[in-house]
Design a protein around this ligand. Structure first.
Ligand code: DGI
Ligand code: FE
Ligand code: FE
Length: 188
């Protein structure tokens, strides 16, 4: 699928603000892909579609998670997590994107997972550092991302876990598993 067609499809799903975020993720993801050796065209499409399901009603997402046999433990955690796997499913069924690597990058863009591919890392990180983001600590991650994908990713996952814990929010186990996997593979 070509960029403008993808953007046209996704624009209808998003608010203006979220569409601007998507454009930021797209540009950042292409840069990171070129810098760290992921496929820039897959990065572009995964970025464009990563938040496709962000504004779906919770009940629709819950139904898809159950019917499509996605991990049901998702339902016990923050519904903010749901748009990632549901998005991968809808991008396939509604937008007709079939490339599995691209769909996986969408599926794991919020929680991450142990053994993330280079493309998955690029999308996770681009979502975190795109120019519109204003998290505390994001500049440190941006700096790391200039040279070191692995360290930048660890720092962003760590920030997310700390953010949630500081608010007494539950942390989805896969988010911890992602963190553990990354620190166990520091030499990568
Ligand atoms: O969709 P975006 O806002 O662009 O970013 P995202 O897909 O990374 O989603 C961020 C939201 O997801 C944010 O509200 C925090 C929440 N989140 C991320 N990881 C976890 C989480 N919530 C819980 N409960 N547990 C997590 O591990
Ligand atoms: Fe998201
Ligand atoms: Fe996003």
């Amino acid at each position: 699928m070509e960029r403008n067609e993808a953007l046209r499809l996704v624009k209808k799903q998003l608010t203006e603000h979220r569409y601007e975020h998507t454009l930021g993720v797209m540009k950042t993801a292409i840069d990171l892909a070129e810098r760290f050796g992921a496929d820039p065209q897959k990065a572009e499409l995964a970025a464009i579609f990563h938040d496709y399901a962000k504004f779906r009603p919770k009940e629709e997402m819950r139904k898809i998670i159950l019917e499509q046999e996605m991990p049901v433990d998702l339902l016990q955690y923050n519904s903010e997590l749901w748009h990632a796997p549901v998005g991968a499913y809808l991008v396939k069924t509604e937008a007709g994107l079939t490339d599995n690597e691209t769909l996986q990058a969408i599926r794991f863009h919020t929680s991450g997972r142990p053994g993330m591919t280079q493309l998955e890392k690029v999308i996770y990180l681009a979502d975190y550092i795109e120019p519109g983001r204003r998290f505390p600590g994001v500049d440190e991650v941006r700096k790391l991302a200039e040279t070191d994908l692995h360290s930048a990713l660890i720092q962003s996952v760590k920030n997310t876990i700390q953010f949630l814990m500081n608010r007494n929010q539950p942390v989805y186990p896969d988010t911890f598993k992602t963190y553990n996997d990354l620190v166990n593979n520091m030499e990568d």
